[in-house]
Design a protein around this ligand. Structure first.
Ligand code: DGL
Length: 253
């Protein structure tokens, strides 16, 4: 059996990272766990997140994973350092794209839309301070957005109204760059484009994560030697679920 790349998130959000990974690493087998049994992550304590992340990590190691992608900003910003200390395999995380945004902005004002857990984390604060000298960050908790993505209600009128309520105050603050700091949010990009002025660029880190996975697999000599097409399996810690065209099989944890 091929060793696999393991992904986990609170739900379907981490799927926003998969196309870039499947494209750049077509021979890799992937296992994705949507942790619907513990959804949502955004408001959970750091201790609760660490326990859950350890449980998921151990489940993925049992499934022959050689590298784990923490496909969630909330978990990455709160506990990835501890996971790296405690387990002997590489972890790749995702964090809000503050640095690219700071390099791009012309108005000097960057918006960040993320969960409460991410915005209050020490790691997020450190990286914002580090990359944003002379730049102003306007933060907004994406209250309600994760559920909308899970329900695949991204194009509803009510969703457009909620997005507008969340982002227009940032536009009034003169942002020209909006960072999507939660892996669920890229599924809202087409709707966000409808409500934002064209001058605002939307950024997320999914391509950077795919590049980082490839780099680490190469460096650790972990790339699949078997050149058959890679397969992706989808599990949920909740009930059987279909989301778009994907069926998730229950994996009770
Ligand atoms: N998709 C996750 C993130 O990137 C978690 C969202 C949630 O469950 O609140 O932060």
């Amino acid at each position: 059996m091929k060793q696999r790349i393991g992904f986990f998130d609170s739900g379907v959000g981490g799927l926003s990272l998969l196309p870039a990974v499947q494209n750049s690493l077509p021979h890799e087998d992937i296992i994705y766990i949507a942790d619907h049994g513990f959804f949502p992550y955004g408001e959970k304590s750091k201790e609760a997140m660490l326990n859950r992340a350890k449980l998921l990590t151990e489940a993925l190691i049992e499934q022959q994973c050689k590298l784990i992608v923490v496909a969630c900003n909330t978990v990455t910003t709160q506990v990835i350092d501890i996971l790296r200390e405690q387990y002997n395999l590489p972890f790749i995380g995702i964090e809000p794209a503050i640095k690219p945004a700071a390099l791009k902005t012309k108005t000097g004002v960057v918006g960040v839309l993320a969960t409460k857990g991410t915005l209050k984390s020490e790691r997020y604060h450190q990286s914002s301070l580090h990359h944003t000298t002379g730049i102003r960050i306007v933060e907004q908790i994406g209250e309600g957005l994760v559920n909308i993505v899970e329900e695949n209600a991204v194009e509803d009128e009510a969703t457009l109204a909620l997005l507008s309520k969340l982002v227009m105050p940032m536009v009034s603050e003169n942002i020209d760059t909006l960072v999507l700091g939660c892996t669920h949010y890229p599924f809202l990009t087409p709707s966000l484009k409808k409500v934002l002025p064209e001058s605002v660029e939307i950024l997320d880190n999914s391509n950077a994560v795919a590049q980082q996975i490839e780099k680490v697999l190469k460096k650790e000599e972990l790339l699949s030697l078997d050149k058959s097409a890679g397969e992706t399996q989808y599990f949920t810690t909740g009930d059987t679920l279909s989301w778009k065209n994907i069926t998730f099989t229950p994996l009770p944890l």
